[in-house]
Design a binder for this molecule. Structure first.
Ligand SMILES: [Zn+2]
Length: 119
């Protein structure tokens, strides 16, 4: 992913509308590009500030924005990782299911005498 694409996805990242593939590419880029990381951090702070502007108890609270964004990036990296594992697991279960169906068909065909095993 290049910087222009990454910059265009900052809002989608913050609003959590990226697909898993986009999210993975985006995080990979942001992790390796200080300029885009900084850009994301700025947007993140502004977004957070706007969202908590009206919070009455927010007045005396201090936030470590850098830490919060790091935590957020980390959580989403875990999310991408879990989604990938889920996908692999789905494919594995599908293959297992197809093998089972195929095995049953072969078994049924053998029982009915359609397939003979030469001894
Ligand atoms: Zn970049």
């Amino acid at each position: 992913m290049d910087c222009r694409t990454a910059e265009s996805l900052v809002n989608a990242y913050i609003n959590r509308t990226l697909s898993v593939e986009q999210l993975e590419e985006f995080i990979k880029h942001v992790r390796s590009c200080p300029s885009c990381y900084e850009e994301l951090e700025t947007y993140y702070i502004v977004h957070f500030a706007i969202r908590h502007l009206d919070d009455e108890d927010g007045e005396n609270m201090t936030f470590d924005m850098h830490k919060m964004m790091e935590q957020d990036l980390h959580n989403r990296e875990n999310y991408v990782h879990r989604q990938k594992i889920r996908r692999v697991l789905h494919i594995f279960l599908l293959v297992l299911f197809l093998l089972l169906v195929f095995g049953l068909l072969v078994f049924a065909a053998m029982r009915l005498g359609h397939i003979r095993i030469p001894i």
